[in-house]
Design a binder for this molecule. Structure first.
Ligand code: ZN
Ligand code: ZN
Ligand code: FE
Length: 740
C-alpha cells in the first residue's frame, strides 16, 4: 500500500517580462491570475518592464506561466519572458508592490489607445456613473503618448496632473481588482476634463453643413458631414486642399461596411486599439459626397476612437470627414491657442476641452494586404512603441528624409520610430521636427552617439544633422536614399544578408548627382552596388514635371520616337518639347514613381497631379486586368542593366489610338512593369529580393511582383512593421549605421 502523496514543496520563480507591459493593466491582470491560482508572491514595474515573483507548487507555476502568455491583456504585448528559480520564502498571499522610486524610467512610452469595449459600454449605459462622459478611459484604453510630459508614466507626469481624482475615482484607481487600477488618465464628470461646447450643439452644426474644429487625441481635426458635397467642398476650399482624399470617420464596423468592402482582416485593423485609417475599396453605393475622394476607387475609413468621437458620431448620425486641423502642408494644430489662431478662419465651430495635448500625433494610415499590415503612415496608435532593430549598438539618431518625415532614435536593439512629422517644407514643420527630436531624447533619456541622414545636401533634415554633428562632435553617416529604403526592408524582416534590392520610389539623390528612384541595388545593410536602373528620362522644368506628369510623358514619347498629344495648352506643350529637344532646364531621373506619372498621362488617366502621387494613385486605382501586358525590355547597357520602357510607350500609344480603354492600359502597364522587374531579378540571379520605396504601397504592383518572383523561386522580402515610403527612411538609415 502506498503512502498518501506528499504535497510537493513550494518552488519560487522570478519572471522578467519585457514588451508593452506597463500602463496596459498588466499588474492587475497578474494579480488576479496569481490570486485565482492561489500563488504567493508579488509583481512590480521596473525600468525595463515588469518583474514577478511567484511561489507555489511547480505544476501551478507552469499553469501560471501558460496563462500569462496566452491571456496577456490587449493592448499590451509580451515580447520576452525570462524565468529563474529563486529560494522559496514561505510568503503568503499575492501583492502589487509599488514601483521602484524615482529613476525608474518607463520601459516604453505607450502609444495612444482607442476606447475599449468596456468603456464604450459604460459610456452608453444610462445606469453607469460615467454615462455620456467624453473623457472616460481605463488601463486598456485612452491617451498615453499624447499626454505624457515626463517619465515615469504616472498621473503627475501627464497633462491630467491638474485634475485631482474625486473619491470614487480614487477608490477605483487604488483597487488592484479594478479595471482602473493605476489608470493614470482616469476621470469622471465630477473630477475630470470638460467640453467647451455641448455635443448636441456641435452635432446640429455639422448636420447643417458647418465645419467643426474638434480636439482629438493628437491634435485638432476639421470635421464636416461626409454626405454633404457643398460642405466638403467648402472645407477643401478653406483648407486649400484641392483633391487629396479625405478620411471618413464612422461610429462602428457597420458604418465602415456601408462605405467600403471590409474583410475580416480589415475589420480587425479598424477595430484595433490603434484605430488607424484603413484604405478600403469603396462601395459604389457608399453614401459619400463625391468631393470626399474625387476620382478614387478607395476611401480611407476610421472608427470613432475616443469617447468624444463616439458621442459626436451618434449625435450626428452620419459619417464625418475627419481631416487634420491645419492649412495644407502645415503640422496639425494641437495647442489650444495655436488651434484658435490657425483654425479660426477654417472652422465655423470649435469643440474643445481642457485636457491639454502634450504632443501632436496624426492618424495612422494603412492598407491590409494578404493578411499583413501595409503602412502608409505609421503614427498615432503605433508610435512610439519600439521596434526591434538588431543587432543594436550605440544610440543612433537618424533624421529621415524631406517628405513624410519621421526620425528614429535607438537604444540598444530598440528603435523608437517617431510619429509622422510631415513634409519639411516650411518653418512650422521644421520646428516640429526639431522639437520632436528634443522631446524624444528627453522622454527616452537618450543622447545620440551617432547620427545618420540622407545624402541629399539640401534636405533640411540633412542640414540639421550636419549642424548637430559639427556642434556636438558626433560621427555622421550619410546614407543614399534608396540604400536606406532597402536597408529598411531588410531590418523590417530582421535580415542582414546581401539581397537584390528593388527600390521603386519617388525621387532620391543619387551619388552621381542625378535623381534616382527605379534602382536595383545589390545591398546589405553596410553597403550597396547599383546593378540596374529604369532607363533614364527627363523631368522638363524639374519640380514642374512632378506636378505635371504629361511633361514626363512627352519625353517618354520623344525617346520612343512616338507622337503624343498631351491635351494641354499647346503653347505650354511646345515650350516643353523645346526644353526636351535642347536639354535645357531638364533634370535626369530613373524614378519609377515618375514613370508611373508619365504612363498615367500616356494612358489617358491623369495628365497632372493635384497632390503628391495623384497620377500614380489613379493609375493604380482605375486599372483593369485584361491579362495582357505592355512590353518592357530588360537589357544590358554598359555596366548596368536597364529596364527599358520604350517598347511599352509605343504599344500603349498604339493601343490607345485603337480604342483600348485607359483602365485596360493601366492594367497592362502594371503587368508589364511587374513582368520586367521579375525578368530583371532572373537575369541578375538574385536568390532574395527586397522591395523598398514608395511604389510598393501600390498593392496591384506589389501583388504582381511578389507572385511573379515567388513563382520563379525567388525569396521576396516586403515591409511589415514600417512603411515602404519615406516614412520608413529614418529606420533604414539607423539600420545602416548599426550595421557598420
Ligand atoms: Zn477602457
Ligand atoms: Zn472622478
Ligand atoms: Fe523615397
Amino acid at each position: 500500500m502506498s503512502a498518501p502523496a506528499q504535497p510537493q514543496p513550494p518552488v519560487r520563480r522570478r519572471l522578467a517580462a519585457r514588451g508593452l507591459v506597463q500602463g496596459v493593466g498588466c499588474r492587475p491582470f497578474i494579480f488576479r491570475l496569481a490570486s485565482e491560482l492561489g500563488l504567493a508572491g508579488w509583481v512590480r514595474n521596473h525600468s525595463a518592464g515588469v518583474t514577478i515573483e511567484v511561489e507555489g507548487p511547480p505544476a501551478t507555476l507552469d499553469a501560471f506561466v501558460d496563462k500569462l502568455v496566452e491571456n496577456f491583456p490587449v493592448p499590451g504585448r509580451l515580447e520576452e519572458l525570462t524565468t529563474a528559480t529563486v529560494p522559496a520564502t514561505g510568503e503568503v498571499g499575492f501583492r502589487i508592490v509599488a514601483s521602484e522610486a524615482s529613476g525608474a524610467a518607463l520601459a516604453w512610452v505607450l502609444p495612444d489607445l482607442a476606447l475599449c469595449p468596456d468603456c464604450r459600454r459604460e459610456l452608453l449605459d444610462p445606469g453607469d456613473r460615467r454615462y455620456g462622459y467624453a473623457f472616460l478611459n481605463c488601463t486598456h484604453c485612452g491617451p498615453r503618448f499624447t499626454i505624457i510630459r515626463d517619465v515615469p508614466y504616472d498621473r503627475a507626469h501627464t497633462t491630467m496632473a491638474a485634475f485631482a481624482l474625486c473619491d470614487a475615482c480614487r477608490a477605483e484607481y487604488e483597487d488592484p481588482h479594478d479595471r482602473r487600477f493605476h489608470a493614470q488618465p482616469t476621470a469622471c464628470a465630477a473630477c475630470g476634463p470638460r467640453l467647451s461646447l455641448a455635443v448636441a450643439t456641435a452635432a446640429d452644426g455639422l448636420r447643417a453643413g458647418r465645419i467643426l474644429a474638434v480636439k482629438g487625441l493628437g491634435g485638432y481635426h476639421l470635421a464636416v458631414d461626409a454626405t454633404n458635397d457643398a460642405a466638403v467642398a467648402r472645407l477643401r476650399e478653406r483648407k486649400q486642399r484641392e483633391a487629396r482624399p479625405l478620411a471618413v470617420m464612422v461610429l462602428d464596423l457597420a458604418g465602415a461596411r456601408a462605405l467600403g468592402t471590409v474583410s475580416d482582416h480589415e475589420a480587425e485593423l479598424l477595430a484595433s486599439p490603434a484605430a488607424p485609417i484603413v484604405l478600403l475599396d469603396r462601395r459604389a453605393d457608399a453614401p459619400l459626397a463625391e468631393s470626399v475622394a474625387p476620382g478614387q476607387t478607395t476611401v480611407g475609413v476610421l472608427l470613432a476612437y475616443t469617447p468624444l468621437h463616439v458621442l459626436l458620431l451618434r449625435a450626428v448620425g452620419r459619417p464625418l470627414v475627419m481631416t487634420s486641423g491645419n492649412l495644407s502642408d502645415e503640422p496639425i494644430a494641437h495647442r489650444d491657442e495655436d488651434a484658435a489662431a490657425r483654425l479660426g478662419g477654417l472652422a465655423d465651430l470649435f469643440l474643445a476641452h481642457d485636457r491639454p495635448i502634450e504632443r501632436r500625433c496624426d492618424d495612422s494610415v494603412l492598407r491590409a494586404w494578404r493578411g499583413r499590415t501595409l503602412f502608409i503612415r505609421r503614427s498615432r496608435g503605433y508610435a512610439p512603441a519600439p521596434l526591434r532593430l538588431a543587432p543594436g549598438g550605440p544610440s543612433v539618431l537618424a533624421v529621415g528624409g524631406h517628405q513624410k518625415n519621421t526620425f528614429c532614435l535607438t537604444r540598444g536593439s530598440e528603435a523608437f520610430l517617431s510619429h509622422h512629422v510631415g513634409d519639411l517644407e516650411n518653418a512650422a514643420a521644421l520646428a516640429a521636427f526639431e522639437t520632436g527630436i528634443a522631446d524624444f531624447e528627453r522622454l527616452f533619456d537618450l543622447r545620440p552617439e551617432r547620427l545618420a541622414c540622407d545624402l541629399h545636401p539640401d534636405y533640411l533634415a540633412t542640414r540639421y544633422a550636419h549642424q548637430r554633428a559639427a556642434r556636438e562632435g558626433l560621427p555622421l553617416t550619410e546614407v543614399q536614399h534608396h540604400h536606406a529604403h532597402i536597408a529598411a526592408c531588410l531590418a523590417d524582416n530582421e535580415r542582414a544578408d546581401e539581397v537584390l534590392g528593388l527600390a521603386f520610389d519617388g525621387t532620391g539623390y543619387g551619388p552621381d548627382g542625378t535623381i534616382w528612384g527605379g534602382e536595383a541595388l545589390l545591398a546589405d545593410r553596410r553597403g550597396y552596388r547599383r546593378v540596374a536602373r529604369v532607363r533614364p528620362f527627363a523631368l522638363a522644368g524639374g519640380e514642374a514635371a512632378v506636378r505635371q506628369g504629361w511633361r514626363v510623358a512627352l519625353d517618354l514619347a520623344r525617346q520612343a520616337a512616338c507622337d503624343f498629344e498631351p491635351g494641354v495648352d499647346p503653347a505650354q506643350a511646345s515650350a516643353v518639347r523645346q526644353m526636351l529637344a535642347g536639354g535645357f532646364r531638364c533634370v535626369t531621373t530613373s524614378s519609377a514613381g515618375r514613370l508611373f506619372d508619365g504612363f498615367s498621362a500616356l494612358c489617358g488617366v491623369a495628365a497632372v497631379s493635384r497632390y503628391e502621387g495623384e497620377a500614380a494613385v489613379r493609375l493604380e486605382g482605375c486599372a483593369v486586368d485584361d491579362g495582357e501586358a505592355l512590353p518592357f525590355d530588360v537589357a544590358r547597357v554598359g555596366e548596368l542593366w536597364e529596364l527599358d520602357w520604350r517598347p511599352a510607350v509605343a504599344a500603349a500609344l498604339q493601343s490607345h489610338a485603337r480604342g483600348v480603354s485607359p483602365a485596360a492600359l493601366a492594367g497592362r502597364f502594371h503587368r508589364g512593369l511587374a513582368a520586367a522587374a521579375t525578368r530583371l531579378c532572373d537575369e541578375l540571379g538574385a536568390a532574395t529580393v527586397a522591395l523598398g520605396g514608395g511604389c510598393w504601397q501600390n498593392v496591384r504592383l506589389l501583388s504582381l511582383v511578389v507572385d511573379g518572383l515567388s513563382a520563379r523561386g525567388h525569396e521576396v522580402l516586403t515591409h511589415r512593421r514600417v512603411s515602404p515610403n519615406d516614412g520608413g527612411l529614418s529606420w533604414g538609415q539607423a539600420a545602416c549605421v548599426l550595421a557598420e
